[in-house]
Each structure stands twice: as structure tokens, then as C-alpha cells.
Design a protein around this ligand. Structure first.
Ligand code: PEP
Ligand code: MG
Length: 657
């Protein structure tokens, strides 16, 4: 039995959809093959299926053979054509599998130490904060092939040994999954690893090698490396990353075969500084993060997975240390400055005193600021000033609420698009925005539509090579040219508006026509949703003021929108013509320059005159030294990273006292 169809699974047959598809295929007795571009794979192997790299809109053929071949074809083709139907019972939790993170690094706080610390080793400042603690070295030993040659009589026993090892790994992974402390993201990672451990592709490869007389450990290492290399060659960053997963599973099976325990992070002492070459997804997903005082790694940069997790959990981290980690691993105590990326081994005397003083000072300030957490800041005339949070994922909600955020003033949606390495579906976006709105209701959440440009690649969007990406096809410009990307986002926002106080703002606006074109698209989306009987709500539409053009046409823009949010990060670079990422022109890239402050004031005046809300979500919004100016200009909303909220509330309270 054979049937061809076009794949309508938005994400392609990756990760969760691949798992669902394989589960469905396995529920039939028949053999099931999936064929794409003349290449075929068993649909009962997630690894084989993923390696076929089936994407949305690809044509594939499903071939079945066996007693229930007709039902199997029906069900599998049905899934590919309409993936959301019928599989409700195993829908994963509503959260997207994002680890908590803000997309762009906030500039570091004023330097921790004004002077250099003698003997400090330097790395990448990946998560701010100071820490001093016992060094905890985490360097899992490499597992070497045993290279034993088996006699024919030993082969069966070796196959049994391998099967038992796989089973032991699966039992361990299932036990990890049963833990209720796992986040949705970690659960997803462990479930994916467990599926690889159970996969036919890996098993068949190992069994075939053992049958040639090779011992199980050597066979597993060989099979895992071979499959990992195949993942590495696929032209898809998401699938490339699966290579590490396969190697991690291979390692676990080998350890089980050798009867060895893995070097685990379970025993890390309270407050210790973790020193590692790298920390894999498997280790990180299970690590007791609450106990870790700081992280120092040889690999990694400011946007690596470890950095994202460290920032989300408030763990100071210095990464990209290279071979220096081996020196540090010999130390008994480590001090680290996550603001500047400095690490000191065995700090003593005045260095240790200074670190401890910084840590104490930060702790004292944190404690004192807590008093402002639940206050409602007001201007002297009684007007409430909304102090909101800038976040980029649902995992940051708790930190924002704990800090006392009065809603979200900037939800950077880029992360949803970047982390998954494929375009997020409308449903996934709708769930995310609804969860955000519910978490902060009745406070507003301002969701910024996709602000991505040629400087950051996204799978599924081809960017032209541009001489000046920051002056190029980014933000609202790209979205309006790509309704296939923009409309699902707008539809998702309309659907989420049913669940709370959703507001939407457009990035990089330079022309009134961009707002009007967006409105027209929103109306089309509403008509479509109504025709499909999908529930939706209304949202206020606003614009970011971050181009000089937007400042100059602010009076005209104010007639079109419900609010302004001033993006000082971009506004400063465009007003001053000074790249925000270029340290050589950092002096010019200064929000306090009179040119930038005048632009902010012009914007505020236009907004206030038109009676619309004027807020700010650029970095400057959280600066206590500038807040008095912004309030004087008439801003009534300030949105900032959660860590700055209580200090801002305190500053506003001082002004109206
Ligand atoms: C800004 O430009 O000020 C802003 C808030 O947006 P982003 O930093 O994400 O460009
Ligand atoms: Mg911006």
C-alpha cells in the first residue's frame, strides 16, 4: 500500500512531531516506510526519520506492508496532512520548550572592580554577579573503545549485555522524567534522549557490529559516532545539534556496560563553583542549579545554552576560558566576577576581601530593595508610573513577578523564532502569548512583533547579504514583506488577546505607511479567524520609537496608534550614527547625549499632546539617574530587565516623597 502527500507539519518531522509520527507508526503491525526524494527510511525509527530531514511542504510517500497496511497509511498520511488532529492525548505541556533567557545581553552593570585584579584569568562575561566558592571540577572521563574480539560463542552473551545496558539507561531516564522538579524544557531534552536510546537505528547498528565479533562498548562508540556524524552533515542547525544528543546517549550506554557511574553533578556542594570544559544538555537538564554558586567553562559564549540557563537562574558565569579551566580545576577556591568575565584561583588577602565585600554589598542592596517590590510608584501628581519587565521567554515570568513587575513592557518574540531553529507555528505562538497574558493579568503585556534582521540568521527565513544589516531588511520591514511569517504571529496575538491584556507593538517603524499596512493585515487576520470560527480578542497597537524618522513623524504616528514605546538602544545608535555593538564608537553611543535626550523629549511631547501613553523599553528606562528626566518629559511607563525594577520603583518613590 502506498500513498504520496504533502507534509503540512509546520515544524517538519523534527523533535516532537517526529516522536509522535514514530509512535503512531509503531502502533501498527505493518512495516512502514517513508520516502522522500528517492530516499527511504523506516517510519518506526525517530533517528532515521529525522535524518531524512522532512520539512513542511515536502512531498513524501508512505509505504506500508502488513495486516493493517490500509489503516496505517490512512493514519500516517492523515497526521502529515493535519498534524493537530487526533493526537490530543499526548500533546506536550502548553509551554514552549524555551529555557529562560533575554535575547540580547543587557549591557553589564558598572564595572565591578575599577582596577585590574592581579592574576585574574579572563573569559567571556556570560551571566552577571559575583561568587566565591569551593571549586567543583566536572571533567567526565573519555570512554575508550575496548577493542576486544569476541569468539562466536560469546556473541549472544554480548548482545544480551548490550540489551540490558540499554534497558538500564532507559530506566534511569524514565526515573529522571518522573521527577516533578523538571522544567518543560528539561523534560523535553531527557525524553528526546530516551527516545534515541530506544531507537532501532542505534540498536541495529550496534547489533550488526557485535555480530561481526566486536565488543559492545566499541560497537556503541562506533555506532553513536556514525549516527552523530550523519546528523552533523544535514543542512539544518536543529538536526546538527542532535549529534551531541546521540553521543550523550552512547556515553550513557557505555557507562552502563562498564558498570561505571557517570561523573555527576548531583554531589556538587552548596555554593560551589562548577569548573568544566563544557556542560552537555543531559547534565545541565539534571543539574541541581539551586546549589551552584557559579559556572566557569572552557567552551561557550554569551549566547550559548549554558549562558542562557545561567542567566535565567541568576548564576554568575564566565565562559570561553579555553584551556585555563584545567588550571582552575586544581584550585580549591574560586572567585568570579560575571560582570567583567574575570576568574581568580585561590583568592587571598585583599582580593578575597574585595570579592566578599561586593557580594555582601549586593546582598544588602537586594534585601533593602525588596521593600519596594509591591509598591505602586506614582508621579508627584498621583499618576501611576507602570514599571514593567523586558523579557524574552515564559521562563522569565517568575523572575519578573518576583521582582514586582507591573506587566511586561517588552516581550521580545525573536527568541521563539531563534531557539527552535524553525518557524514557530501559530498555535505554539498563541499558547505562548496567552500564557504570558494570563500570568500578568490584569496588567498589560506588550508583545513586540518579530524584530529580526540580517545580523541574526533564522532557519526558515532567507536573509539577503546586506552591506548594512542594521539599516536593512529588519523588523517591520521584513514582516510586511513576509505575510506568511507575519500573519501567523498577528493571528496568534489576536487569539491570545482573549486571555488577558495583550498589547502589540511594531519595531523599527520609520513610516506611517508601515502602521497602516499592519492594520490592514490585522483586519484580514480578524476576518479569517471569524470565518474559521476561531475566538479572538482586540488589542491595542503601538509603535516603538527607535528610528530618527519615527521621532520626526511622531505627531503623525500618534494619530495612528494607542501608545509609543521608546527603544533607546536603537534610537541612540541611529541618532548618533554609532553602532551599538562597536566598542570603538562606544563613547558616542550614549543615551545621555543631548541629541538623543532631545529626540526622547520630542517623542514624549508628541505623544502627550495626542493623549496616548508614552513609555520606554530601552536600557535607559532602568537608569535611576535618568528616571527623573523621563518623568518630567511625561513618560508613564518604564520597562526594564527584572533586576532593575525595585531600584527604579525606589527612585520614583524618592522623587514624589
Ligand atoms: C531598543 O532598541 O531600545 C529595544 C528595546 O529593542 P532591542 O534592544 O531589542 O533592539
Ligand atoms: Mg530595538
Amino acid at each position: 500500500m502506498e500513498r504520496s502527500t504533502i507534509v503540512r507539519v509546520h515544524e517538519g518531522l523534527h523533535a516532537r512531531p517526529a516522536t509522535r509520527f514514530v509512535k503512531l507508526a509503531k502502533s501498527f503491525e505493518s512495516e512502514v516506510e517513508i520516502i522522500k526524494d528517492g530516499k527511504s527510511a523506516s517510519a518506526k525509527s525517530a533517528v532515521k526519520l529525522m535524518l531524512l530531514a522532512v520539512k513542511e511542504n515536502d512531498e513524501v510517500t508512505i509505504r506500508t506492508k502488513g495486516a493493517d497496511e490500509i489503516e496505517a497509511v490512512e493514519a500516517l498520511v492523515g497526521y502529515l496532512e493535519n498534524p493537530l488532529a487526533g493526537l490530543a492525548e499526548e500533546q506536550a505541556p502548553a509551554q514552549p520548550d524555551t529555557a529562560g533567557v533575554t535575547l540580547k545581553l543587557e549591557p553589564t552593570k558598572p564595572a565591578a572592580f575599577d582596577e585590574e585584579i592581579a592574576g585574574a584569568l579572563k573569559g567571556v562575561a556570560a551571566s552577571e554577579g559575583y561568587a566565591v566558592g569551593a571549586a567543583f571540577a566536572h571533567f567526565p572521563p573519555e570512554i575508550k573503545p575496548e577493542r576486544r574480539t569476541l569468539s562466536v560463542g560469546d556473541i549472544n552473551a554480548e548482545l544480551v549485555r548490550f540489551a540490558e545496558a540499554v534497558e538500564a539507561v532507559q530506566v534511569r531516564m524514565n526515573a529522571s522524567l518522573a521527577s516533578d522538579t523538571l522544567s518543560a524544557n528539561d523534560r523535553g531534552i531527557i525524553a528526546a534522549l530516551r527516545d534515541i536510546a530506544a531507537d532501532d537505528e542505534l540498536r541495529d547498528e550496534v547489533v550488526a557490529t557485535i555480530n561481526t565479533g566486536s565488543d559492545a562498548v566499541t560497537s556503541v562508540i562506533g555506532a553513536a559516532s556514525k549516527i552523530a556524524a550523519q546528523f552533523g552533515q544535514v543542512d539544518d542547525p536543529y538536526l546538527n545539534a542532535r549529534a551531541d544528543d546521540v553521543q550523550a546517549v552512547g556515553r550513557q550506554i557505555c557507562l552502563a556496560l562498564l558498570g561505571q557511574a557517570d561523573v555527576s553533578l548531583d554531589d556538587i556542594p552548596e555554593g560551589a563553583i562548577l569548573i568544566a570544559e563544557d556542560i552537555g544538555a543531559w547534565d545541565l537538564a539534571r543539574a541541581p542549579l539551586k546549589r551552584i554558586g557559579g559556572i566557569v567553562c572552557g567552551h561557550g559564549g554569551a549566547t550559548s545554552h549554558i549562558a542562557i540557563i545561567a542567566r535565567a537562574h541568576g548564576i554568575p558565569a564566565v565562559l570561553g576560558m579555553g584551556a585555563q579551566v584545567h588550571e582552575l580545576a586544581k584550585a580549591h577556591e574560586i572567585a568570579l566576577d560575571g560582570h567583567r568575565g574575570h576568574v581568580v584561583a585561590n583568592p587571598e588577602g585583599s582580593v578575597l576581601d574585595r570579592f566578599r565585600a561586593r557580594i555582601d554589598e549586593a546582598a544588602r542592596e537586594r534585601e533593602a530593595l525588596k521593600a519596594f517590590r509591591d509598591t505602586t510608584p506614582r508621579r508627584a501628581d498621583g499618576t501611576v508610573i507602570e514599571v514593567a519587565a523586558n523579557i524574552g521567554s515564559l521562563e522569565e515570568i517568575d523572575a519578573a513577578r518576583d521582582a514586582g513587575a507591573m506587566g511586561v513592557g517588552l516581550f521580545r518574540t525573536e527568541l521563539l523564532f531563534m531557539r527552535h531553529m524553525h518557524l514557530p507555528s501559530e498555535d505554539m505562538q498563541a499558547e505562548t502569548y496567552a500564557a504570558l497574558a494570563k500570568a500578568f493579568a490584569p496588567y498589560p503585556v506588550i508583545v513586540r512583533t518579530l524584530d529580526i534582521g540580517g545580523d541574526k540568521p533564522i532557519s526558515g527565513i532567507e536573509f539577503p547579504d546586506e552591506e548594512n544589516p542594521f539599516l536593512g531588511w529588519r523588523g517591520i520591514r521584513m514582516c510586511l514583506d513576509r505575510p506568511d511569517i507575519f500573519k501567523p504571529q498577528l493571528r496568534a496575538l489576536l487569539r491570545a488577546a482573549v486571555h488577558g491584556n495583550v498589547k502589540v507593538m511594531l519595531p523599527m517603524v520609520a513610516d506611517v505607511a508601515e502602521v497602516r499596512a499592519t492594520r490592514a493585515l490585522i483586519e484580514t487576520c480578524k476576518a479569517e479567524l471569524a470565518a474559521e470560527s476561531v475566538a479572538f480578542g482586540e488589542f491595542q497597537l503601538g509603535v516603538m520609537i527607535e528610528t530618527p524618522a519615527a521621532v520626526l513623524i511622531a505627531p503623525a504616528l500618534a494619530k495612528e496608534v494607542a501608545f509609543f514605546s521608546i527603544g533607546t538602544n536603537d534610537l541612540t545608535q541611529y541618532i548618533m550614527a554609532a553602532d551599538r555593538l562597536n566598542p570603538t564608537v562606544a563613547k558616542l553611543n550614549d543615551v545621555t547625549n543631548v541629541a538623543v535626550m532631545s529626540a526622547i523629549e520630542m517623542t514624549a511631547r508628541a505623544g502627550v499632546a495626542a493623549g496616548i501613553m508614552v513609555g520606554m523599553c530601552g536600557e535607559a528606562a532602568g537608569r535611576p539617574d535618568l528616571i527623573p528626566e523621563f518623568l518630567r518629559m511625561g513618560l508613564t511607563e518604564l520597562s526594564m530587565s527584572p533586576a532593575s525594577i525595585q531600584r527604579a520603583k525606589k527612585r520614583i518613590a524618592e522623587l514624589s516623597a
